[in-house]
Design a protein around this ligand. Structure first.
Ligand code: SAH
Length: 239
């Protein structure tokens, strides 16, 4: 094993029970699976045991990519399709299931990037920092742009927590397995992003002062962090 790279957030999962439990959060059998950052392929092996149709891998670390090519050279189900997820076009896919122990330093960036491929993806199962998992959970109070955008595109669930002991090297934080199941709605994501930048610009102001539009709704007299997610979506629908 090479020295894990901090710059690529390399924390490898070393507990087979956890990787099994992760893949059980979705229906792998017969489906196309994309894995981001497979590393040495520990999680990939658990995916393969569940008999997927195809597994597509995207790994940024060149040395790990070489190891993966060698490891899976006789496995026709495995395709290594790219290096950097943030530069990968997913337009050719349909009903893709994405599974990943995400690189924690760019996990929210990756998740927001994948929202723009909503129509190509069925659902996503991710291991992320526990704190980050809470930040996306729109069922919790204190709205933010992550909660809002997540609700616009998906149903989100925190599945279970994972101790840092199951990784090498151990990260400083605890982790959570989460699931985003995209809804079938036709969504103008740019509009939702635009709305979120306006409404969260100054969270101390009352909403009508941020929006600068006249809507007849008493929710606008509140501050954005006093709203629950349904109220926020209600305002968005007026926007
Ligand atoms: N899935 C593996 C490794 C998780 S660590 C396991 O569970 O053991 C995160 C992995 O993401 C590393 O292999 C790292 O090299 C890779 N990675 C980091 N940034 C990436 C990016 N932008 N695109 C694709 N892979 C990336």
């Amino acid at each position: 094993m090479e020295k894990p790279k901090k710059s690529l957030s390399q924390n490898f999962l070393i507990d087979k029970n956890i990787s099994k439990k992760i893949v059980e959060q979705t229906q792998v059998k017969g489906n196309n699976i994309l894995e981001i950052g497979p590393g040495y392929g520990f999680l990939t092996d658990s995916i393969l045991e569940k008999n997927p149709k195809k597994v597509y891998l995207i790994e940024k670390d060149y040395n790990l990519k070489k190891i993966l090519i060698e490891k899976y050279k006789n496995n026709k189900k495995v395709n290594i399709i790219g290096d950097d997820i943030l530069l990968t076009n997913l337009n050719e896919f349909k009903n893709l299931i994405i599974i990943s122990n995400l690189p924690y330093n760019i996990s929210s960036q990756i998740i927001l990037y994948l929202f723009s491929y909503k129509k190509n993806i069925y659902e996503m199962i991710f291991m992320i920092q526990k704190e980050m998992a809470l930040k996306f959970d729109y069922k919790l109070p204190k709205m933010n742009k992550y909660k809002f955008l997540t609700r616009v595109v998906s149903n989100y669930n925190r599945c279970f927590d994972v101790s840092s002991k199951v990784f090498f090297p151990k990260p400083k934080v605890n982790s959570t397995i989460v699931k985003f199941k995209f809804n079938k709605k036709n969504i103008d994501l740019n509009k939702a992003i635009y709305f979120s930048t306006i409404i969260f610009k100054n969270v101390r102001k009352k909403i009508h002062n941020n929006l600068e539009i006249n809507l007849d709704n008493n929710l606008l007299d509140k501050r954005v962090n006093q709203l629950n997610i349904d109220e926020l979506i209600c305002i968005y629908n007026l926007f």
